[in-house]
Design a protein around this ligand. Sequence first.
Ligand code: AMP
Ligand code: ZN
Length: 699
Amino acid sequence: MYSKENTIALQDSTQSFLKNIPDVLTSKEETEKLRDALRFHEYRYYILNDPFISDGEYDQLFKLLERTEKQHPDWITKDSPTQRVAKELTGNFLTVQHLVPMLSLDNSYNEEDLRDFDRRARQLTGLDSIVYSVEPKFDGGSISLVYENDLLVRGATRGNGVQGDDVTTNIKQIRTIPLSARFSDYGLQQVEIRGEVLMNKENFKKYNEALIEKGLAPLANPRNAAAGTLRIKDPSEVRRRNLEVFVYHISDYTLLPGKDTPKALLSHDASLQLLWELGFRSPVHEMHVFRSIDEVIAYCREFEEKRDSLPYEIDGMVIKVNDIQLQEVLGMTSHHPRWAIAFKFKARQGTSKLLNVEFQVGRTGSITPVAKIDPVYIGGVTVSSISLFNEDVIREKDVRIGDTVLVERAGDVIPYIVKPLTELRSGTERPITFPSHCPACNSTLFKEEGEAAWRCVNIECSAQVVERMIHYVSKDALDIRGLGEANIKKFYELGLLKDIPGIYKLNFAAISQLEGFGAKSVEKLKEAIEQSKKQPLHRLIFALGIRYVGETTAKVLAQKVNHLLELKDLSQEALQTLEDIGPKVAGSIVHFFSNEDNLKMLQELEALGVEMNNVQKQTHGSGELEGVTFLFTGTLPTLKRSEAEAMAEAKGGKILSGVSAKLNYLVVGKDAGSKLDKAQKLGTVKIITEEEFLKMINT
Ligand code: AMP
Ligand code: ZN
């Protein structure tokens, strides 16, 4: 996409813009130059995953462009990076006709199916052997993109295959899709491209965590998340969800007058390469070309093994006849092309019987219905209980006790019930009735306006007390090993533990009398509890289980204070000025800290030795290494890897997972391996010792 000279020139112009950022640019040419630079950095960031400038620097340049365009609206171009931002949609999406119908793919599930496909293709073409390209089958929402005279003019969903929804505005929020591309260099006037919009696993997880924290039902899987997001009416929400795209097909094109079909459009692999060179994210690195169906099969198997380690979901591979002329010879049915076939990976679905539903009380009192099903083995895991999230989900799906249900489990995603198989009902199935009283303490349940969950509001509700303690000791909170869910429940039932401060007053003599507690395990437990007193402040904040305060918010809050109790002096307004904290979260924090019982508990915890000072902030100061990136490799002479990382982070530094152009410092210890080699090759990474690192931290 960018030649070396081009890269250097663009980086140079970026540096000169950054050196001295004016209020606005004064010429149209300069403005276009700035746009080029911004597009280049978007490409480095979103397509190559290897940025040259920091997010902050990018923002500064972007704002400069915005200011300039505001003053000179006539300078705005349709493909300006600012044109991704758009207003909310009021009406419905327009229906548009695809230039070429978006068909399904024929499916295959085993080697024999693939061999049949190959046999048929050879028969129909009269050839002895056929060259195939093989690439992942991305599991998201399919889209079509139309570029005219190098500009993105339309993005549409698949719809019924013939017509789809015009979602151009939303498509523009996806930063892996270029707003313009130099198709004209290849003699192309209009081009229609197919691709798959995805939400990667990490973003999906984060997104769902946020939903759960807000008391809403999480989305079923990344596929639904991606497809659903495309049809949201608020483009800024689409932007926040960080969708990605892979484009995998040029489905139609027209040539500029006097031009011939470019060579790249004669084979599938070359067309993906062309898209890549034009700045698109196409699966050039994932795709392979093979001359025999045996090799194709082997590659499919190989990829299936890798499935879980990919950052996004795939549900199979797609095998395509590589020669486009041959594709045309083979043609299509009304349903699918004859030149391609999907090889589906093993299903991660199964059916089972819904035996009954239990209602669990969470630490904030929310009642979650959990379906108990006949254990079923899906994708390597036995599933026997599945959350139904809330009453609305039960109603929407109309699941009933005794139903046969379809269960799906995708990748890291928690299993969920897709639907009941209503055809199989015998008439004996019973609707699920939601309780009106708390199953633990029997107090009346309430439901707040705009919330999906029923709640037990009795603070002393035994189930909530236990759940709060379980949360307090959990891995991402204070991480007290040896005091997991089972022991907390046991100690609670035996009267050995009644609240969180009680954790620090445990009667170890009594515990050592219990079955299964030897001297050694009691000693370990003691130690773990002792250690937990010194955990970083953000973990303690998270551990308190304040409603809506997840790990991210806890970190933001910890940054703000030198002592936990300072949080009680922050007003709702002050809290709302913090990153990612809205009125609901702020309200909940104020509510927590204005409760006398909570304050009493915190004072008691402090008296018992739980550290409430922000030790990290005080000893290191913070933010001095803001945005500086580190990676550690080899055995360090004195520090543990995790210690060193925490030290860097406490000062605002960031830990990367691998060596890339993004990395500033590689700290090397004994027996450093490939990371060191790679950093030396790159030449841009500063390689330092632990001693030098410590100096940096301590100055
Ligand atoms: P299906 O909906 O199961 O018939 O599968 C067809 C769909 O697979 C297409 O509409 C595309 O959205 C999707 N798909 C995902 N990855 C690819 C790919 N690499 N090539 C073609 N189609 C793909
Ligand atoms: Zn209760």
